[in-house]
Design a protein around this ligand. Sequence first.
Ligand code: PHE
Length: 445
Amino acid sequence: MATAPREQWSSRTGFVLAAIGSAVGLGNMWRFSYLTAENGGAAFVLLYIAMTALIGLPVMLAELAIGRGARRSPVQALVHFGGHAWKPLGALFVASGFLILSYYSVIAGWTLRYAVGALLQGFGGVATERFGEVATGWDAFAYHVVFMGMTVAIVASGVRRGIERAALILMPMLFVVVVGIALYASGLEGATDGYRYYLQTDFGRILSFDVLRDATGQAFFSLSLGMGAMLTFASYLSRDHHLPNESLMIGGADFAVAFVAGLMVFPLIFALGLSDAVGESTVGALFITLPTAFAGMGTAGQVVGLVFFLALMVGALTSAISLLEVVVAAAIDAFDWPRARSAVLMGALIALLGVPSAWSTDVLGVIDGVANNLLLIGGALALSVFVGWVMPDPMGEVSAGAEGVRWFFLWRALLRFVVPIVLGVILVLGLPETVASIAGLFATD
Ligand code: PHE
């Protein structure tokens, strides 16, 4: 295993597209709209943008530099540059991948269920009731298992054949559909209120700690950071890649999709009078709003809806692949198992772990909060300390292939001081609420 040459991306765009495939997914649509709705709109959006630029991009560059430099899976890469003391961080990454994929796959199952529904019966009925049926119980579980099966099949078939091809064909399609629905929404009466909610910042709310914490967690989740996914992808990179440029491309594409998703969802919520329904079940914001819109479009809505949910499911698939890849790569390295066996075994365990999320959207919401506000923020915090203070020559690693760049000292300074302090404060201040949310789960059950 150790002596085999490491597989590489077949082309420059192969890596960028697969990384975009990882970044763009349910985070940009489902999670971005749900958190924006929960945190009162534009203030959250502004903080999310700020955190993406100030914290997200430096951490992305850190993951790419570690992965490419070590050419190993996350756990081995940390040991390579930092010694055995850093193994626990690698274990945290694997645990995050495990936990996130367990509920991510449940939500992806919802999208698959809506796609099948579009095909069989269209989008009639009361959207909130329908969401309740789709999102919990045996149906939710069955579609979750189907989705995990697809993810396992792709990861088992290897890096190049599986991941690259899936990403290449299907991501542009999703973007086109979302832009189309956003344009449709812009013509509806009442859309303006949605734009106001989404884009007109109430500066009083920016000061709220909850909004800042959620915006930070969302920046990491959406960019697939803080759990070794980008690091793993970068481990298949050669040293002539320009990491800052590629980070910007990945971040830019990810942001563009989230932003347009908001331009689609919020005008629809207001034009269709769904504010109350969404307020009661923010986790369902996307899944209550879009089917209502599709129902109003008649037969055309059935087709557009089918394409939308299928494309979103595929977007989720390219993200899920990268989540499972972290877990599988670790299993391959640790136990010397073949790739296929690792993928099947790990996939089965993750599917089991998803059972509680498939039976309760409250549980799903709490796990989602814990994964982001604790695991991803914690993982990114440790990573920034690692690159800022421990890794022997981060400047040499990051600047290979990007020799002309002059601001890497700024990147290093951000990772040494700004990122750890900001994330440390958010982590510590957010801890009581995270603990309370977990306790609350057991109290109400
Ligand atoms: N970024 C993905 C999304 O937005 C989710 C993800 C998180 C993927 C962490 C990999 C790692 O849907």
